[in-house]
Design a binder for this molecule. Structure first.
Ligand SMILES: O=C(O)c1ccccc1NCC(=O)[C@H](O)[C@H](O)COP(=O)(O)O
Length: 300
C-alpha cells in the first residue's frame, strides 16, 4: 500500500456500491450539453468568481444530512450566482439520485455536472447531464503497446482514454478528476480538456488546498511545453479548464485557489452547510464575490 493505492474504508465501500449498481436501461444516451467554458466566461464577464455549487445531501465527511428539495437548493444556488451546478447522484453514501439530477437540469439553465463514480461505459447511460465526472484513480490506462497497464485498479475494465471518447460520443463534457501530478499527466495524455484537481485525499479524506497549488500550475506548464514543442513532445491541449475541487469554504480559500490558477471552484459542504442549514443562496454569493471583497476578512 502507498498513498496512491490506499483508499479510506468509505471510498472502498463507495466503489463496491458503484460496481454493484447497474447501468442504464441499455439505451445509449445522446445529450445536447450546455457548455461549461461558456458558463465560466459568462460569470467572469459579470464579475462573479465562477463557482460550481454542489447539491450534496450528505457525505462520509458531512456533519449531517440536508433533506431540502434538490431543485429548490439548485435554484437558490443559481440565484446566488453559481455558474454551474454539480449534483451527487450516488445514493448510498451521498443521498443523491439520478432522478434528482434530471429534475435539477430541467429547472435551471446553467450546466449541470453528474458527480458520481462512473467506472465503465454502461454507467454513463443513466441520466442526461452536461458534464460527467471520470475519476482518473478509478479507471485504467493503456500502455503505449495497447495492452492494459499492470498498475490498473482492480476491477476497472475501461481505460481513461476510451471513457473520455465514450462520454464525448454521447455529448457529455468529461470532467476528469485527478489527485496528483502523475494522474494529471495521465489525464492530459488521454485528451482531457476539463480537469478537476481534488484537494481531498482518498486515503484519509483530509483536505489540503496545497494539492491544487501543486498540481494546477503544473497543468499549465505542461500545456505550454506541448505548445512550444509543436505538440510533438506530449499530447496536451493548448490549454485546459482547471477546477479546484473540495475543501474551499471561505472567501480567503477562493482567493488562494484563484491565485494558483483555478478557472472555477467546485464547492459542496461550505454551501450546503449540513450542520447549520443556512441559506445556500447567500453561501454561494459570499464565494462568488470573494475577489471583490478587498480587505474583508474570512469571518464575515
Ligand atoms: O465529500 C466527501 O466526504 C467525500 C468522501 C469520499 C469520497 C468523495 C467525497 N467527496 C466528493 C467530492 O469530490 C466533493 O463532493 C466535492 O469536491 C465538493 O467538496 P466539498 O466542497 O469539500 O464538499
Amino acid at each position: 500500500m502507498n498513498s496512491r493505492t490506499e483508499l479510506a474504508p468509505a471510498v472502498q465501500s463507495i466503489l463496491e456500491a458503484a460496481r454493484e449498481r447497474s447501468g442504464g436501461d441499455g439505451e445509449r444516451l445522446s445529450v445536447e450539453a450546455r457548455s461549461l467554458p461558456d458558463a465560466l466566461a459568462r460569470a467572469e464577464a459579470e464579475g462573479r468568481v465562477p463557482i460550481i455549487a454542489e447539491v450534496k445531501p450528505t457525505s462520509p465527511t458531512a456533519d449531517g444530512t440536508r433533506a431540502d428539495d434538490p431543485v429548490e437548493l439548485a435554484e437558490a444556488m443559481v440565484e446566488g450566482g453559481a455558474a454551474a451546478i454539480s449534483v451527487l447522484t450516488e445514493p448510498s453514501h451521498f443521498g443523491g439520485s439520478p432522478e434528482a439530477l434530471a429534475r435539477v437540469r430541467e429547472a435551471v439553465d446553467v450546466p449541470v455536472l453528474r458527480k458520481d463514480f462512473v467506472l465503465d461505459e454502461d454507467g454513463m447511460d443513466v441520466v442526461e447531464a452536461d458534464l460527467l465526472l471520470l475519476i482518473a484513480r478509478f479507471v485504467g490506462v493503456r500502455e503505449p503497446s495497447g495492452s492494459r497497464a499492470s498498475q490498473n485498479p482492480p476491477g476497472s475494465d475501461a481505460d481513461l482514454e476510451e471513457l473520455i471518447a465514450a462520454a464525448r460520443e454521447r455529448g457529455f463534457q468529461p470532467l476528469v478528476e485527478v489527485h496528483d501530478r502523475e494522474e494529471l499527466e495521465t489525464a492530459l495524455e488521454a485528451g482531457a480538456e476539463i480537469i478537476g484537481v481534488n484537494n481531498r485525499d482518498l486515503a484519509r479524506l483530509e483536505v489540503d488546498l496545497g494539492t491544487f497549488e501543486s498540481v494546477g500550475p503544473h497543468a499549465r506548464r505542461l500545456c505550454r511545453l506541448d505548445e512550444s514543442s509543436g505538440g510533438t513532445a506530449r499530447h496536451a491541449p493548448d490549454d485546459v479548464t482547471l477546477i479546484a475541487e473540495s475543501g474551499v469554504s471561505t472567501p480567503g480559500d477562493v482567493r488562494r485557489m484563484r491565485e494558483a490558477g483555478a478557472d472555477a471552484l467546485l464547492v459542496g459542504s461550505a454551501i450546503m452547510d449540513h450542520g447549520g442549514n443556512s441559506d445556500v443562496s447567500e453561501n454561494v454569493r459570499r464565494l462568488t464575490r470573494a475577489t471583490n471583497l478587498g480587505g474583508e476578512t474570512d469571518h464575515e
